[in-house]
Every structure is written in structure tokens, then in C-alpha cells.
Design a protein around this ligand. Structure first.
Ligand code: ADP
Ligand code: ZN
Ligand code: ZN
Length: 670
């Protein structure tokens, strides 16, 4: 009989810690998947190294089963999980099991052995014609040269179209040639097919797998197993892929490293970008963070000399960045129905005449954000959330974008019976309608979460844009991301100002990145670049953010933002954690946070801010409150959280109305 420590899915901060002891007939290597009894259930677990100071124990329950056909999860993978669990304050077993493919928990050893055998039998990709490789630009060559000799994380700071992907491809080539595996992370599933196609074309004789949440459970298992067994050389995926088990990992690429999608928004709220940097550092392999508008966290690390910047300032083919034109809306006669200022309208008309395309960005889907009764003042609020229900004209519904409640639009005001209820404000549906009215001869398309719902819809719509079947494309930020549109010579942000005055200190950073990225959609063909324009309709044309945009000057923008952040003691100059409480009533949520705040007073080196409701305080009849904890030192914050969170778990019993609490380390949305 041997004693084994097993990581099981018990949340941390409860009496049962992450590791439990079991008896086993035979010794099992750490990293072996097992099934163990827990209470009356049988749960999956992973054999973990037994702590050296563990007490000898007797009368232990035996393991239920060991899945020995699967090669054990390696030490490097377990260290990554341990680090992430400690940093994000979760249980080791909870995190470890949540990042494995769900199918792995369901199969028994025989089924698993069969899957593995089938994988081993699959023929390797056929060696096709040797791929064409463009000769490198001077900047690409310099970046790759730096990459070869550098141990620091590298920030590939390249404007849109500067050829960052070619640098990823060459870096991957070097890693694969040396017998390694390469991991490439992208922010969104929508962007994986394009990148996958480019990698597949470059490495026709290599096996590549994708890992993201849109795969079927069987696909995800298959892809994960191929990576884990070392059969796949390339793994391309979204944030969850940062936890892929890759025994020969030799390179990590994080494309669009500034994108908020790399932060998980539930459970262990990890940052895949930050974990990628940690993982690469631990393994001593290169990590390449690519962006045209790096996160201020990464940029500050470059300033401190902890990351190395690899600049790429020229577009391939020499095209200029589009000219930025600000329309001062405050100078125009007031007109609530005006969508598009006359000069922008004229600029779009010019594109129509030349057969070029225009992209119009509006970050609000639906027809109008709210319906309103002029007689009694009724507005289309959601009964379950502190938010308006959005009017969708196409299917005549009022929809809550927070809880999903959807109802037919009432014929008359539900309060007073007035027949004349009207939409206020404008969403993408309305913008599309208004543009169609302004330009009756144009084909006006729309790209947002509504228009792309359903299998293959997004690809279809993108295809239509590429084929030239659309003259004007209206859409949300989805438009700005990565799509390589060739005939676009005008991009316009219709109403971006709101982000300038948001209470979230990261809103300007996100807006700047979005506008720069959108601008990058225009003039990707060098010959069109000269007449490409980015238009911004604004009531604040003198805002420094727009001045920096106009000059395509990321560095000036970053310097100004960082100066503000430093003065205000905000990240990256301080570390934050956000404690969230969800409850039946706002009082119950506040009560818990008040107790938490009292307990926090005993801990040094941190500042605890008053509890406040988030932007949308009630969702689906749950009241939410949140409280920010800040420290100038990441280590001090970590130490404080490790002591404080178990205390919170104890006081929680005294708060009956509390539904759940959670802590978000390095929160992105505040
Ligand atoms: P980014 O990712 O920086 O926006 P891309 O990697 O998409 O830029 O490159 C822009 C375009 O330039 C792509 O069509 C790509 O195939 C092409 N390209 C990249 N590097 C080279 C090169 N060295 N020579 C010729 N074309 C290149
Ligand atoms: Zn009314
Ligand atoms: Zn709702």
C-alpha cells in the first residue's frame, strides 16, 4: 500500500484543502489521472507530488481507478497549474481539472486507451510542395535576429500590416526545426481560422491542432491528446490553450496581446497572456507578444527593461497609415436625427463612386438602446436587471443584453396605453437603415453579434465583403478585429466619445486600441493607402487621445496614460484585486463587503476602497456589489489575499442573503 496525494476539485478557502490522501495498491507517477471516492461520490483527480512534510496516515480510502493509459501530466504543466492556482487564489485541483478537456473526466481507462490508439494510427500529414516564404523586410529580419539571442519576453510592436504574422511563422519554424512544439494564442475563436490557414500553408507536413471553446467535446479531447502526446507540433488556440499540455514546448506567441479576451471572466479569472509569459520564462523558451497597441502593462515593462521591444513601424509594401480626420460635431447645427456629418457623407459617396468599401463602427447592437413613451415617461427597462432592454427592429423584440430576456415589442405603452412609443438613440440596425436611406444605390451590410449568430454566418458575411458584395459595412468592434479587407479605404467611428468619460480607467486605452485597429483595416493595399482615411465623429476634437490617434502615435498616448496612472496609483504602478459579492439584496451584498473590509484592516500594505455597485448592478434579479483592494506591491497583495480570503469564507455563513463571492486578481473591467 502506498499513500498518494490527489488534487481534486474542492474549492479553496474551505476546510478541505486542494490535496487529499488516498491509498493505492501500486505507486503511481505524479500527473496520473485517477478517480477517487469523495463523500458518497466518485470524482476525477490527478496524482500530485506528496508534500515532504506530509504526516503518515492510516485508514485511508483506496483509489477507485487509475487511468494509466494516459501518459502522466508533466512536472512543468503541474508547476504552471500550481502557480496559477496560487496567484489567482483557487484550489490546485479545481484549476487543474477545469482546464483539462471535459471528456477526460468521463472516460474510463479502456475507453481512453482506445482513443489514444486511434490517434497513434492516424496518418501524419502528407508532405506537400515546399511552401513559399517571402523574403523578410529589414524590420522582420531585425526582430527575428533579436529573438534568437534574447531571454527576455519580447514585445513585437508592429503597426497593422507590418508583417507580424510572418515573424510568428519564422519563429515557429525555428522552434519546430529544433524538435520543439509551438503554442500560438489568439484572442478570439473567429480569428483562429485565418491564422490556422496561414500556418497550415507554411507547415504542410506538420500536425497542427486548435484548442478553443467552439470545438465539440470529442474534438477538444482529440486535439488536447495530440498536443499532450507530442504528436501535434503546433497548437493554436484561445486563452484556454495556455494550459495545453505540451511536453516539447519551445515557443509561445501571443497575438494581439493587449486584447481583453485573454482574461478569463469566470472561475479562476486568469490572464492567459500573463501565464504565457510565466510559462515561457519558467521553461526558458522565447515568448513573443505581438500588438500594434500594446497593453500599458507590457509597455511599462519595456520601459523598465524587463521586456524587449521589437519595433516594426513600416507596413509591408510601404503603404502609409490612413489619414485621420476628426469631425467636430459641436460645430454642426444641432440635429438629433443626424447620423453622419455632411463631410463624412461626402467622403463615403466618393468611395461608392470609385467602387471602394467603407466600414462604419458603432459599439452598440440592436436598433435602439431604449424605447420610450413620450406621454408618461415609460422606458423599456428590464424587470430583472438594472438596464434597458434594447429594441431590435428586425424581429420586433425588446431584448435584455444582460439576462437574455426577450419579448415582443408592445403595441402600446404598457403603463398608459399610448400608441406612440419611440426608440431613443441608435444601434447598428438603425445605423444600417439610415445609411441605406442616405445611399439608396449602395449595398449596406451589418456585422455584429446578432448578424453573425449561427454556424458559418460570420464566414459567409466576411466572404461577401471580400467578394465586393457590400459597399458599406456597419458593425460593432467585431469589425475592427484582424480581418484583412482589401478594398476598404474609409473607416469611420460614428460615436466613440462615451469611452472618454467612462469611470473605468482602462476605457481610453481600449478605445485607442480599437480605433488604431480599425484604422488598420483601411488601405491594406499599398496603392489604395494614399487615399485611405479614418474618420472620427466627436464632440471633443481636442482630446489628447484623438491628437495621438491623428499622429498614429501610440508612444505619446502610452506616455500620457502612464503618467496619469502613475499619479493616480493605478496599474501598472499598483496591483489590484476586486472582491465581488452577489446577493438577493443590495444590502446583503454590502453587508458582506463591510465585514470583509473590517477584516482587511488587520492586513498591512493594502488599501481597501469603499464597496460600490458595478456599472450594471442588478442582473437576472441578483444584486451585485464590488470592492477594490489595492497595493503598491504585488507580493504584499498576494500575501494579504492568501490570509484574507479564508477569513471571508468563515464570515460568509453569517450573511444569509449572500449567493456567492469571488475575487478577481488583476481585474480588467472595473
Ligand atoms: P500584421 O499581422 O502585422 O498586421 P501581416 O502579417 O498580416 O501583418 O502582413 C501583412 C501582409 O503582408 C500579409 O498579406 C502578408 O502576407 C504580407 N507580408 C508579410 N511579410 C511579408 C514579406 N516579408 N514580404 C512580402 N509580403 C509580406
Ligand atoms: Zn406611457
Ligand atoms: Zn435583464
Amino acid at each position: 500500500m502506498t499513500v498518494l496525494s490527489v488534487a481534486v476539485e474542492t474549492p479553496r478557502h474551505t476546510r478541505v484543502a486542494g490535496l487529499l490522501d488516498y491509498a493505492s495498491e501500486q505507486p503511481l507517477a505524479p500527473g496520473t489521472l485517477v478517480r477517487v471516492p469523495l463523500g458518497r461520490r466518485e470524482v476525477p483527480g490527478i496524482v500530485w507530488p506528496r508534500p515532504a512534510d506530509a504526516e503518515p496516515t492510516e485508514g485511508l480510502r483506496p483509489l477507485a481507478a487509475a487511468l494509466t493509459s494516459l501518459p502522466p501530466l508533466g512536472a512543468a504543466w503541474r508547476e504552471l497549474v500550481e502557480f496559477a492556482a496560487a496567484y489567482y487564489q483557487r484550489g490546485v485541483g479545481e484549476l487543474a481539472l477545469s482546464v483539462l478537456p471535459p471528456e477526460l473526466r468521463k472516460l474510463d481507462d479502456t475507453q481512453l486507451a482506445r482513443r489514444l490508439k486511434r490517434l497513434a494510427g492516424a496518418p501524419p500529414p502528407a508532405a506537400g510542395a515546399p511552401p513559399e516564404r517571402p523574403s523578410l523586410s529589414a524590420e522582420q529580419a531585425a526582430a527575428l535576429e533579436a529573438l534568437a539571442g534574447e531571454r527576455k519576453p519580447m514585445l513585437l510592436h508592429g503597426v497593422t500590416g507590418s508583417g507580424k504574422t510572418e515573424v510568428y511563422l519564422r519563429a515557429a519554424d525555428a522552434a519546430l526545426a529544433a524538435g520543439g512544439q509551438a503554442l500560438v494564442l489568439v484572442p478570439e475563436i473567429n480569428l483562429t481560422p485565418q491564422l490556422e490557414a496561414r500556418f497550415a500553408a507554411r507547415f504542410p507536413d506538420r500536425r497542427m491542432v486548435s484548442l478553443h471553446s467552439a470545438l465539440t467535446p470529442a474534438q477538444r479531447l482529440r486535439h488536447w491528446l495530440l498536443a499532450h502526446s507530442g504528436e501535434a507540433d503546433l497548437v493554436l488556440g484561445t486563452r484556454l490553450a495556455v494550459f495545453a499540455s505540451m511536453p516539447r514546448l519551445a515557443l509561445i506567441v501571443v497575438d494581439e496581446e493587449h486584447d481583453p479576451s485573454f482574461k478569463q471572466q469566470e472561475g479562476a479569472r486568469y490572464s492567459a497572456r500573463d501565464l504565457a509569459v510565466w510559462r515561457a520564462h519558467r521553461l526558458g523558451v522565447p515568448v513573443l507578444l505581438g500588438s500594434a497597441t500594446p497593453s500599458l502593462e507590457s509597455w511599462q515593462r519595456v520601459q523598465e527593461g524587463r521586456y524587449r521591444r521589437l519595433p516594426m513601424t513600416q507596413r509591408i509594401g510601404g503603404g502609409a497609415m490612413p489619414r485621420v480626420r476628426l469631425v467636430d460635431m459641436s460645430l454642426l447645427p444641432r440635429d438629433d436625427e443626424r447620423v453622419i456629418a455632411p463631410p463624412l457623407q461626402a467622403a463615403i459617396a466618393e468611395r461608392l463612386q470609385r467602387g471602394e468599401q467603407s466600414l462604419l463602427l458603432l459599439n452598440r447592437r440592436g436598433y435602439a438602446p431604449v424605447l420610450h413613451c413620450g406621454a408618461c415617461g415609460w422606458k423599456s427597462g428590464c424587470p430583472h436587471c438594472s438596464a434597458w432592454r434594447v429594441f431590435h427592429k428586425l424581429d420586433r423584440t425588446l431584448r435584455c443584453h444582460h439576462c437574455g430576456l426577450s419579448e415582443p415589442v408592445p403595441r402600446a405603452c404598457p403603463e398608459c396605453g399610448n400608441l406612440d412609443i419611440a426608440p431613443i438613440g441608435r444601434g447598428t440596425e438603425k445605423l444600417q437603415e439610415q445609411l441605406a436611406a442616405l445611399f439608396p444605390q449602395a449595398r449596406v451590410g451589418r456585422l455584429d453579434a446578432d448578424s453573425t449568430r449561427g454556424e458559418g454566418r460570420l464566414e459567409q458575411q466576411l466572404q461577401a465583403v471580400h467578394a465586393g458584395d457590400v459597399d458599406i459595412l456597419v458593425g460593432t468592434q467585431m469589425l475592427a478585429k484582424g480581418h484583412d479587407f482589401r478594398r476598404v479605404t474609409l473607416v469611420a467611428a460614428v460615436n466613440p466619445d462615451t469611452a472618454l468619460f467612462s469611470s473605468d480607467f482602462r476605457a481610453p486605452e481600449r478605445l485607442f486600441a480599437l480605433l488604431m485597429q480599425a484604422a488598420g483595416r483601411a488601405g491594406r493595399d499599398a496603392e489604395q493607402a494614399a487615399r485611405s482615411e479614418m474618420w472620427v465623429q466627436t464632440w471633443n476634437p481636442r482630446h489628447p487621445l484623438y491628437a495621438a490617434l491623428r499622429a498614429h502615435d501610440y508612444e505619446a498616448f502610452a506616455a500620457a496614460q502612464l503618467a496619469e496612472r502613475r499619479a493616480a496609483g493605478l496599474p501598472p504602478f499598483a496591483s489590484l484585486a476586486l472582491l465581488r459579492a452577489d446577493a438577493r439584496t443590495a444590502d446583503a451584498a454590502s453587508g458582506f463587503l463591510a465585514d470583509a473590509s473590517l477584516l482587511a484592516q488587520a492586513h498591512e500594505g493594502v488599501t481597501v476602497y469603499p464597496a460600490v455597485p458595478p456599472h450594471v448592478s442588478k442582473v437576472a434579479d441578483v444584486e451585485r456589489m464590488q470592492m477594490l483592494v489595492e497595493s503598491a506591491s504585488r507580493v504584499a497583495l498576494q500575501r494579504m489575499l492568501a490570509a484574507w480570503l479564508p477569513q471571508l469564507n468563515e464570515v460568509r455563513a453569517g450573511h444569509k442573503g449572500l449567493l456567492r463571492w469571488a475575487v478577481d486578481i488583476d481585474p480588467l473591467a472595473i
